[in-house]
Design a protein around this ligand. Structure first.
Ligand code: NAD
Ligand code: UDP
Length: 333
């Protein structure tokens, strides 16, 4: 199939492009490089032998996006990764987040309808479930989101569902990711946040390499087995493969799938696995809970297994090994 990948030079998008190409799909990438580097395109080419067409276009720019659609009448579908994703920053800059994430979704779906590109796959997040008991199931009612980033995901889901309702030939797949981590096993692609990372795994990687002195573990008094927060970490290559399954599945209307492993892992387990697998020390201290954090959540991954034929197969060891390999690789972006 011919797939337009917005945000295709980012962390999850780049891995997905590699998996799409490996499965004989043709990829066109749109990315405004706000959180990625052009060298990622070289890495995709190095890994696949194919250099996808790339447009340095902002998805909120309807004229520029229209030109991409007009140039590529062969498109069968779109995967929409492009978006801003830092929760804390979204609280400080709500307009930037609402504008970028919502306008991009509206401009893109409008172009899809105009050009009869009848398949959209959207990067949503487990954050739309809000605070309720795990495992999270796709048929649960969604609770109130707690920050502008999460709200852009909830509203984008609604926008896409409403447009699909008005256009019965449009198939929309909403993929709710849990906690994507790790990197490509080659060490060529990975998560490369600028500045001090907010998320656990990239922070641990910087501590492991000695770039940051110590990890703060945000709370050890949660009602979890070891008191630290529990999340459903999923290897980014597994996540990327989930997108290939979603692209290839025969979906009508609106479908929602969790992409997670179904297993909760604590902060302490991540730290211990990272140290043991990579033979490194991770100095840490216990710090106060981070405001807004939930104690524990993880997916019910059964629907994606049953309907898409997708299950996450990579282990915690794979996640921490590949994260460290990317961090220490000479080819670090
Ligand atoms: P990322 O920042 O690495 O990738 C996003 C890409 O989109 C970047 O390359 C950025 O330059 C590009 N981009 C942003 N706004 C754009 C715009 N207006 N026009 C064109 N390009 C634009 O992030 P990621 O981790 O790969 O996440 C991809 C998607 O998955 C995002 O929508 C994110 O919200 C969602 N998501 C991520 C996580 C996570 O933990 N990484 C969890 C749940 C959902
Ligand atoms: N965490 C931590 N120290 C850090 C970053 C994160 O203890 O420097 C914890 C956080 O409290 C949560 C887990 O690690 O329990 C995952 O946090 P992350 O920000 O990676 O993802 P979230 O699930 O919050 O989106």
């Amino acid at each position: 199939m011919n797939i337009l990948v917005t945000g295709g030079l980012g962390f999850i998008g780049s891995h997905t492009c590699v998996e799409l190409i490996a499965n004989q799909h043709q990829v066109v990438i749109v990315d405004n490089l706000v959180n990625s580097k052009p060298e990622v395109l070289d890495r995709i080419e190095k890994l696949t032998g194919v250099r996808p067409r790339f447009y340095p276009v902002d998805v909120t720019d309807s004229c520029a996006l229209e030109a991409v659609f007009a140039t590529h009448p062969e498109l069968d579908g779109v995967i929409h990764f492009a978006g801003l994703k830092a929760v804390g920053e979204s609280v400080e800059k709500p307009i930037a987040y609402y504008y970028n994430n919502l306008v991009s979704t509206m401009v893109l779906v409008d172009a899809c309808v105009t050009h009869r590109v009848n398949r959209i796959i959207f990067s949503s997040s487990a954050t739309v479930y809000g605070d309720q008991p795990s495992p999270y199931r796709e048929d649960m009612a969604l609770m109130k989101t707690t920050n502008p980033y999460g709200e852009t995901k909830a509203v984008s889901e609604r926008i896409l569902s409403d447009v699909a309702g008005a256009n019965p030939t449009l198939a929309v797949t909403l993929l709710r990711y849990f906690n994507p981590v790790g990197a490509h096993p080659s060490g060529l692609l990975g998560e490369d946040p600028s500045g001090i990372p907010n998320n656990l795994m990239p922070y641990v990687s910087k501590v492991a390499r000695g770039v940051l002195p110590i990890l703060k573990i945000f709370g050890d008094d949660y009602p979890t087995p070891d008191g630290t927060g529990v999340r459903d970490y999923i290897h980014v290559v597994d996540l990327a493969k989930g997108h290939v399954k979603a692209v290839e599945s025969d979906i009508q209307g609106v479908k929602v799938y969790n992409l997670g492993t179904g297993k909760g892992i604590s902060v302490m387990e991540i730290v211990n696995a990272y140290a043991a697998v990579n033979g490194v020390e991770i100095p840490y201290e216990i710090a106060p809970r981070r405001p807004g954090d939930l104690a524990s959540y993880y997916a019910d991954a059964g629907k994606a297994r049953d309907e898409l034929g997708w299950v996450a197969s990579l282990s915690l060891e794979d996640m921490v090994r590949d994260a460290y390999r990317f961090e220490t690789s000479n080819s670090h972006l």
